[in-house]
Design a protein. Sequence first.
Length: 457
Amino acid sequence: MIAALTRLVWRFVPDTIAGRTTAVLLAGLVFFHLASIWAYQVGINTEIDVTNDARLAERLYTIKRAVELRPEEEREDLAHSLSGGPLEVHWSLIRLTVEGGNGTHEATLRDRLRALAPELTSDKVIFGAQVTDNHRPVDPHLIFVSLQLRDGTWVNVSVTKLAGPHSSVFGVVLSTTLMAFGVLAASVLVLRMVTKPVQICADAAGSLYRGAEPSAIDVTGPREVRNLASAFNSMQDRVKRLVESRTLTLAAISHDLKSPLARLSLRAESVPEPETRRQMNVDIAEMLAMIDSALEFLKGDFTPGETRNIDVTAILVSLCNDWQDMGKTVDLKIGGDAVLRGHPLALKRAFANLIDNAVKYGGNAVVEVSADAENIRVLIADSGPGVPETLRETVFAPFFRGEDHRNTDIGGAGLGLTIARTAISAHGGEITLQNGAAGGLEVTVTLPKSLKVYSQQ
């Protein structure tokens, strides 16, 4: 029950460090502030009750002594003159109070009267209350006291109980609200100072992911945040050096390999058998294509530069027209506003690879574009053999090609899907594969219209 209630409460709390910290601070502030007000009020009321009992006992004793010292014919007039405020006093030959007040308040008052006048034994001090026929008090704040004088007559006093001051609900709410706003303002200020460097690190990480030139972030804030910024700057430098080293190494290897491959190509021309010569040239061309594809993949299209709004439909129309001009069966179905912000060359290359795979391995391609308020979806389907479920993740690995397609007629270096996934992921999207119900492969690309990573530019 407590766990379910906790989960329900957390659903309405912002999912940020600042939001959750502020919510906990506010909840604790309100609870402890109200608890302290309650404890303070209880203490004040108790103290006031004690003081009121002492004052009332002294006043009753004074009234008793004053009436007792006057002749009987003057006592009633004196009693009336002593009435006032919470007391109404009468003198009579008999007591007018019926026994019935034995609460804590009456017991305390009785003890104080006995301390002032020891002669007031239990039968000479009568406490009662005005009751109905069912013996319930008419007014819980009204009690009656009868005090017997030395000559056997009685002073009868009706007393309205004095209560401590009631707290103003408006005052409590106003006090709590002002303190809550004060804590909220202070919390937002402090948490902003703490979380802003973390957000800067997150933005810098997004920029580094899409291939932008890394820039060092300021090492400011608390010690923990400074340590995080320093570690992130070091990581950026290491990643940059690693990428540059990898690219330069492959470029050097490519340069070194192209020279002997060129010599092999020249020597292949001297081979007398035409079929052998043809096969050697095909192998050499395939090796050169693989080297060029690897370089292009490592270099990538995510070079630093300004991003812009991209009409995905326009890109797909251009690509499909190119394939149709080459006599290939490529159909396009358009629906929805497919505009997002990103890197146009990267997306164009990704969709070109996906359509190229569909045409090469499936013989045709059907491209459908749809969009809603948040996402753009592109479905590329073909009529080929599809991809087994066990290989739907493996086909995205660099240089992977199914054994059925390792031939020179189809070609390719096995980097098309790898490059496509890299580009789509960098735009915050995802790419999935599944076999169609009627056969063939269906490739679904989902891209968000609003991309925080690219909006950093």
